[in-house]
Design a protein around this ligand. Structure first.
Ligand code: 13P
Ligand code: ZN
Length: 269
């Protein structure tokens, strides 16, 4: 079997490809971590054969024994599909929670994304909220990034504006978005801060940098970020023009009721 016929590798390749073509992931921008059940791993790989042990640099004891397919640091989403073995790695968290045991990938000496702290810390938090959460996705969508330059970064204000930007928003992300101010990326500190925000919402915006999304599948997480980015693009197309019409808070409440979603409190009046 060819490597890109392994279902979860193919899915990851297709997702990175889509994200690249939407212009979200310039150069090495963006990273994805996808938790794979051991039963799936065993169908295609030998988990007893560890190629390399790579120190994590933080404690991941709550994820011991779990397998993650993770994009490599410095690797370009543009190239993932053509060469998954160089650009992706399949790893298991070691029994002491301190290392990544590489089962496949990162050929040529690569390693996992520099944003692994934010990914694994967010997985830990999201798994407590939803046992089926398997994906953390980070990317640099153009309009959400632009919006953080011109919009108030208050989480409630930011969420309210996004919900108003298209009718489906409150249904797709009823838990809103959380916004982090600019912080140094690739650090344990931004990982801790992101995971803390992930307790409240499946979407965390990194001001002046990009976005994090969490979900059950690659498709669902991609769709979540896609919807937020679409809303941000409507905002950027209209923010400088006189607003003639808007979706009112009462209409947002009607939507939530009609679609049976409970939305974040303190945002609608
Ligand atoms: P990596 O190349 O280490 O994944 O970093 C890309 C990025 O988006 C940093 O925030
Ligand atoms: Zn980034």
């Amino acid at each position: 079997m060819k490597i890109n016929e392994v279902p979860f590798i193919k899915e990851m390749c297709d997702t990175a490809d889509n994200m690249y073509r939407l212009g979200w992931d310039e150069r090495n921008g963006g990273n994805i971590s996808y938790m794979i059940p051991e039963t799936e791993v065993k169908k295609y790989f030998n988990p007893a054969k560890v190629i390399r042990v790579i120190p994590l640099g933080f404690d991941a004891k709550e994820l011991v024994g779990k397998y993650f397919l993770v994009t490599g640091t410095g690797k370009y989403f543009k190239n993932v599909k053509a060469c998954p073995e160089e650009n992706l790695g399949l790893m298991r968290i070691s029994s002491d929670g301190q290392n990544a045991e590489l089962i496949w990938g990162y050929e040529g000496g690569g390693k996992f994304t520099s944003e692994l702290p934010a990914h694994l810390m967010s997985h830990t938090v999201r798994l407590k909220a939803d046992a089926e959460n398997r994906v953390i996705m980070h990317t640099h969508p153009t309009n959400i990034l632009a919006m953080t330059y011109v919009h108030d970064l208050d989480t409630k204000e930011f969420t309210h504006t996004l919900w108003q930007m298209s009718t489906e928003c409150i249904v797709v992300f009823p838990d809103g978005v959380e916004v982090l101010p600019w912080m140094l990326c690739g650090t344990n500190e931004i990982g801790v801060a992101t995971a803390e925000k992930m307790k409240e919402s499946r979407v965390v915006v990194w001001a002046l940098h990009g976005i994090y999304g969490a979900g059950k599948t690659l498709d669902e997480t991609f769709g979540l970020i896609e919807t937020v980015e679409k809303a941000a693009s409507i905002y950027m197309l209209t923010a400088h023009l006189p607003r003639k019409n808007t979706i009112t808070d009462d209409q947002l409440k009607m939507l939530a009721e009609r679609f049976g979603v409970s939305y974040k409190e303190g945002i609608l009046k």
